[in-house]
Design a protein around this ligand. Structure first.
Ligand SMILES: Cc1ncc(COP(=O)(O)O)c(C=O)c1O
Length: 503
């Protein structure tokens, strides 16, 4: 890793000078060749892991001359599905599959199958999907503190394809709103360091400057820093309920009030917590205000495809007032294809996913979500208590059910690697180095919490005794944390995506 060692020796160079140096170095063909060779070596190791079916099933690199029999196709899919489900079904995975009971999956699949031809772009042909989507928004808004739903001043929204799309849509909405109503041409958004990457993605896509603010020792956004960060160009401020990395809830009362006083938007990202926090609150857990009950909260995102227990591919983005939502829409009367409009980024959309989402919400109901939240929070309490008893580990912040832990004594990524070898799939975090597990209904099955803690204790003991056994992921995470040439990490990640699309 010559080029990487070289880069690490340059840590003393300030970041902007480093970016310029990196650009210059990459223009030299010999350096480019060297970097490419090193990337190839690092990624070659991952190739096998990412393509486990290469030797087992035929690869289709062009359309088969004659169609493959349906039964053969389904048999292949069943083999793959069974192998992959073994990982998440028994509760070895952080987040990812949030419900997963077979009766629930079969029910959603039936709802999907009944609606598989539906496309809400054609509201005249599929009014059932329009009904489902309007009701998904209404049910979610009511759950999240909307006193009034619909109308000019009530809470309204749209269904999107996931948390990222909901966030992108909200940020684009604020950009267009601020341009039209305030003449802001150089928009800025204030985002806590722990907010989801989707906000940075929105900043890049829509030409919004992202102003990052720090978090305190409990991993909650720093309100004083937020106040100082407001400028004439600020269009929106963001808070998470809770954040993906540490599961902590930002001080949304204070932040949203600040935004309200200054006439800027405030977005609560409840993608992860929208379908848990209202019920945690009812169960008596300490949940600070975070939703539309706060007058300064002007938009929210809540993911039905996470703890709403819908199939993957739906989320809800909501706004205070119909006027704000209209900045999200795309409409044109100029196209030769006719009068055209779409509420979200996509044109045609899978109405079947909205139908299955509606079916999930209506079939589970308040009682079902309350019971699910109770089981998840009780399991999380067992896991938190177990981690606290491992002297080498400490929990970050005061999480309810997304539990991040770090170590001052050991390399936490080596602990994660050991957990992987014991069958677990946890999330590696960054800055500070940590690992998290997002508790889902899969973990509430009998014995799962105990198995997690027993494996965690064994992993910590192993790393203590074998610090030289780095494994494969620990060095990659370590590298990403320490490499001053940030572009090298981005390049590496782009090449990783390339591999995903290689046949
Ligand atoms: C707090 C938060 N916001 C946004 C997202 C993005 O959601 P998605 O992966 O559905 O795009 C996530 C995903 O985990 C999240 O935890």
């Amino acid at each position: 890793m010559d080029i990487i060692n070289f880069s690490q020796k340059l840590k003393w160079i300030p970041p902007c000078a480093m970016r310029a140096l990196e650009r210059q170095l990459k223009r030299i063909p010999a350096v480019r060749r060297l970097i490419n060779r090193e990337y190839d070596v690092m990624l070659a190791e991952l190739d096998g892991d990412l393509k486990p079916y290469a030797a087992e099933f035929p690869a289709h690199i062009r359309l088969p001359a004659e169609g493959v029999p349906r039964d053969d196709i389904l048999a292949q899919m069943e083999t793959m599905q069974q192998r992959e489900a073994a990982l998440w079904r028994d509760g070895f995975v952080s987040g990812a599959v949030y419900h997963g009971d077979s009766a629930h999956i079969e029910f959603l699949n039936r709802a999907y199958a009944l609606n598989s031809q539906s496309n809400p772009l054609h509201a005249d042909i599929f009014p059932s999907t329009t009904k489902f989507e309007a009701e998904i928004v209404a049910m979610t808004a009511r759950m999240l503190g909307a006193a009034q739903v619909g109308g000019d001043d009530g809470i309204c929204g749209t269904v999107s394809s996931g948390g990222t799309e909901s966030i992108l849509l909200a940020m684009k909405t604020y950009r267009d709103w601020a341009r039209e109503t305030k003449g802001i041409r150089r928009p800025e958004m204030i985002v806590p360091r722990t907010a989801h990457a989707a906000f940075e993605k929105a900043a890049r896509y829509f030409g919004i400057k992202r102003v990052q603010i720090p978090v305190d020792e409990h991993f909650r956004a720093d309100v004083r820093a937020a106040k100082k960060a407001i400028t004439r160009n600020t269009i929106v401020m963001v808070g998470s309920a809770p954040s993906f990395p540490h599961g902590t809830i930002d001080p949304i009362t204070e932040l949203s009030e600040l935004a309200r006083q200054r006439g800027i938007g405030f977005h609560t990202d409840a993608c992860l917590g929208g379908f848990v926090l209202p019920f945690a609150n009812r169960l008596g857990y300490p949940v600070p205000p975070f939703d539309f009950r706060l007058p300064g909260v002007t938009s929210m995102s809540a993911d039905t495809h996470k703890y709403g227990y819908a199939a993957k591919g739906t989320s809800v983005v909501m706004y205070r007032g119909a006027a704000l939502r209209r900045y999200q829409y795309y409409t044109t009367g100029e196209w030769s294809g006719g009068l055209y409009f779409s509420p979200t980024f996509a044109g045609s959309r899978p109405g079947a996913l909205s139908a299955a989402c509606w079916a999930a919400l209506v079939s589970i109901g308040e009682a079902g979500y309350l019971d699910a939240a109770r089981r998840i929070l009780e399991t999380a309490a067992v896991i938190k208590a177990g981690i606290v008893e491992i002297p080498e580990l400490r929990i970050l912040g005061n999480p309810l059910w997304v539990i991040a832990f770090a170590s001052d004594a050991l390399n936490i990524y080596q602990v994660m690697e050991q957990m992987t070898r014991r069958g677990w799939r946890l999330n590696g975090l960054h800055k500070p180095s940590a690992v998290h597990i997002a508790i889902t209904l899969r973990h509430t099955q009998p014995g799962v919490a105990e198995r997690f803690l027993s494996d965690l204790r064994d992993s910590v003991a192993y790393v203590k005794e074998n610090p030289q056994d780095e494994g494969t992921m620990a060095p990659v995470y370590g590298l990403a944390a320490t490499l001053p040439m940030r572009g090298l990490v981005d390049d590496l990640l782009k090449r990783y995506i390339d591999i995903l699309y290689r046949v």
